[in-house]
Design a protein around this ligand. Sequence first.
Ligand SMILES: Cc1cc2nc3c(=O)[nH]c(=O)nc-3n(C[C@H](O)[C@H](O)[C@H](O)COP(=O)(O)OP(=O)(O)OC[C@H]3O[C@@H](n4cnc5c(N)ncnc54)[C@H](O)[C@@H]3O)c2cc1C
Length: 406
Amino acid sequence: MDFNDSPEEGAYRAKARAWLQANAPKGARAATGAIADPDDMAAAKAWQRRKAEAGYACITWPKEWGGGGGAAWESMIFGQEEARVETPGNPFQIGLGMCVPTIMTAGNEADKARFVGPAARGEEIWCQLFSEPAGGSDVAAARTRAVRDGDDWVINGQKVWTSGAHYSDYGLLLARTDPDVPKHKGLTMFWIDMRAPGVEVRPIHQMSGASNFNEVYFTDLRIKDSQRVGAVGDGWRVSLVTLMNERLAIGGGPGGGHRTMLKLAQDIATLAGPAAKDAGLREKIADWFVQAEGLKYTRYRTQTALSRGQTPGPESSIGKVVSASLMQDMANAALELEDQYGIISDPAHAPLAGAFQTALMNAPGMRIAGGTDEILRNIIAERVLGMPPDVRVDKTVPFKDVPTGR
Ligand SMILES: Cc1cc2nc3c(=O)[nH]c(=O)nc-3n(C[C@H](O)[C@H](O)[C@H](O)COP(=O)(O)OP(=O)(O)OC[C@H]3O[C@@H](n4cnc5c(N)ncnc54)[C@H](O)[C@@H]3O)c2cc1C
């Protein structure tokens, strides 16, 4: 592991920092990924376009496809620098982090030419249509059916938890095309137009008051065979491209908050003086600092692997499993410290503009999205520690014979 920038990395960082200082929109709302307001969406699209024009959007993608033609370490350094400034929300994360890279890897040439540039410039937004009511962790258990009809496919079924479906232009859809073979073998990937007849998006209301994700229903949705991404029956392999990109995109986790927590403990007065003097709380804060440092060095491992042109390993799973529960622990403690003010979530009135209230409400979702804690622990156990694999009894059974409990 190398903690220091090489001269080349340092020069790139300085250039990126200067560009961000000159170009990042002043007074932008913090990038939470949640976009509810048309003005926020316009600001997010404008910021993405400005980055694309400067070669800072999709840094590793080829220039002819709207990317920056740069290296993975450049992308990582730019991401670190961008996180230091306030930028608009980011509705592009799923498209640029997962769906479009899948099109680039497994899609046909016409689709690459059609979709990659507009996505990189923030003109079109994508969502990921994988999870279903009967299968989230077990993506291969997808039940949404795609049935061949001449040159078309007819889609029926339901997806759930689809982030951003309500403002997405296109979706990457995993569907079952052959129920007679084992579950991993009967899947096929497609892209769909989210506004086509036969697609119904129903927002899910969250406890935070926001509606970031949705149920998506398909009723006789008719699509062309040219919308297939990869071969018929190869959907599982194609979905692994998406999921690998997903772990990489969210694996680092935010990892922040511990310094804000310390500041909060210093500022809040108790009868015995500042809360930060309390021995029990000091012990917790010390523990959060240790975890945050561990996360930082785990991220350095990823950065070192990228700098050497290697593919990062399962450490991104470690990053997410630690950062999501860290965020939840700190938010719980912060709200306790804030006492009666802890129940105020309106940023205009809440302490620290409601940062910990928002964190508390987002943390459970973070522990589930992109692989639950248990699934990530399975990955760490099997791929990092070399422990025996989970029991998978339905792996060789034709999908139609897998008991459903109905
Ligand atoms: C904020 C958020 C955004 C999301 N966005 C999207 C999106 O854009 N697109 C999309 O397709 N999906 C999305 N999801 C869905 C997400 O991928 C699934 O919720 C997740 O994979 C878990 O699946 P599930 O909810 O069906 O839970 P299940 O898979 O039913 O799991 C239920 C419980 O059983 C445990 N469990 C399951 N299998 C095992 C096992 N083998 N060993 C041990 N424990 C196990 C799980 O850990 C969990 O505690 C999102 C979810 C959230 C919270």
